[in-house]
Write a protein that binds this ligand. Structure first.
Ligand code: ADE
Length: 405
């Protein structure tokens, strides 16, 4: 962004979308009772009074419920998107109207880091990251801000891996709480959230039949487990590709066929990567997939599919539907890549449903309070969410009252 002037408070795509955004947020609030209970407490007790919290999170209706809860607790909240395609512009506009410093818009390929830097400008005491780009920005180009930070939180597996790597090299300069690793986060959000929202994204983008298709899931972590389970539930023949022998064994015993990607490539109809690794679908697989293969990614970064190779070898590329790029190969095969290889669940659908984000974001809100209480005792390492908070979220979890009856 050449000229920063005039964007002191927020920058979104179109403020006239705010009305639509408020309705989306209200819908999410109706399905996020745990966080709404926390909001009531925060409104009374103001545990975050005057605290600057800068967030780099997907700007969805669920994130809106979180940031409004933090604001209700007294925080000054700044929010940047954590992926160029995941921002809901209506939600962003509504939040700007509600006094959140939002710097996010969909299709933000060029100014992504400009937005991350604007939320850094608020000199956060707490950072909330999804993927680690804000933590990394503060540790590299905005080091002057590090001394203000009491601690950060991290929402996703990829971000936790990045911060653990920094910690093990002695390069993490403030404590980070791995919200991803809370039981009430990854057992639910990663598994049932990714399982459902990834299928949702594929269906909204393509509207193809899942039943009878060979559905290849690359990665059998919590997200892959959930996705394989849901694809099977819709009648697909599911193949799992997993390099970790223990997880591969688990996939076998869960009843899935397990094979290397090179083999799966020859038989798959729909491919989804959820590994956190680079080029899981690489040249060999791309050269081998069948005519009509649909390829998508649900991992945090857009490098799991080697899209640059597809673009290099394709003789023609055409956007045939929203979020669907058709590539013609020299040998006449056509390959379909969804959402540029970015998180298909957020780019082509609405991300995880509110009910699972409720628990993830309840952890975020309660951990923010914990950081303020405990901050001075924390070291520069990656912390687990205190079990007391995790269990409190489960107790309040919106399904438990029925389950215990
Ligand atoms: N990550 C996955 N789904 C999400 C959602 N609905 N909101 C925020 N972050 C998400």
């Amino acid at each position: 962004m050449e000229d920063d002037a005039g964007y002191e408070n927020y920058r979104v795509k179109d403020m006239s979308l705010a009305g639509e955004g408020h309705k989306l947020i209200r819908w999410a609030e109706e399905h996020m009772p745990v966080l709404m209970d926390i909001r009531k407490d925060f409104e009374k007790e103001k545990p975050l009074e005057g605290v600057a919290i800068s967030c780099c999170l997907h700007v969805t209706k669920e994130t809106a419920v979180l940031v409004k809860t933090l604001k209700a607790g007294g925080a000054e909240v700044a929010l940047a998107g954590s992926n160029p395609l995941s921002t809901n512009d209506a939600v962003a506009a509504a939040l700007a109207e509600d006094g959140i410093h939002v710097y996010a818009w969909r299709e933000n390929h060029d100014d992504y880091y400009w937005c991350v830097n604007r939320v850094a400008d608020y000199k956060p005491s707490i950072t909330m990251d999804d993927g680690g780009d804000l933590v990394t920005t503060l540790h590299t180009t905005r080091r002057e801000l590090l001394e203000n930070v009491i601690a950060g939180t991290e929402e996703t597996t990829t971000g936790v891996h990045r911060q653990r790597a920094m910690a093990s090299q002695g390069k993490l300069e403030y404590p980070v709480v791995a919200v991803n690793d809370a039981m009430t986060k990854h057992f639910f959000d990663n598994r049932y959230g990714t399982g459902q929202s990834t299928i949702d994204g594929i269906l909204r983008a393509t509207s193809v039949l899942i039943a009878g298709k060979t559905f290849v899931v690359a990665g059998y972590g919590w997200c892959g487990r959930g996705l394989a389970m849901r694809a099977r539930g819709m009648g697909a023949n599911v193949i799992v590709c997993e390099v970790d022998e223990i997880k591969a064994l688990e996939a076998v015993m869960d009843g899935f066929r397990v094979m290397p990607m090179e083999e799966a490539a020859k038989v798959g109809d729909i491919f989804v990567t959820v590994t956190g690794n680079k080029h899981v679908i690489d040249r060999n697989a791309i050269d081998a997939v069948k005519d009509g293969a649909i390829i998508a990614n649900s991992g945090h970064f857009d490098n799991e599919i080697n899209v640059p190779y597809i673009e290099e070898v394709a003789t023609r590329a055409e956007k045939v539907r929203e979020n669907v790029m058709e590539y013609w190969m020299k040998d006449g095969r056509k390959i379909y890549v969804l959402a540029e290889g970015r998180l298909v669940n957020l780019a082509a659908a609405e991300g995880h449903p509110s009910e699972v984000m409720d628990m993830s974001f309840a952890n975020q809100a309660l951990v923010a309070g914990w950081i303020l209480r405990e901050g001075k005792n924390l070291e520069n390492k990656v912390y687990s969410v205190p079990e007391k908070i995790d269990r409190e979220v489960a107790q309040e979890g919106n399904f438990l009252p029925w389950a215990l009856k």
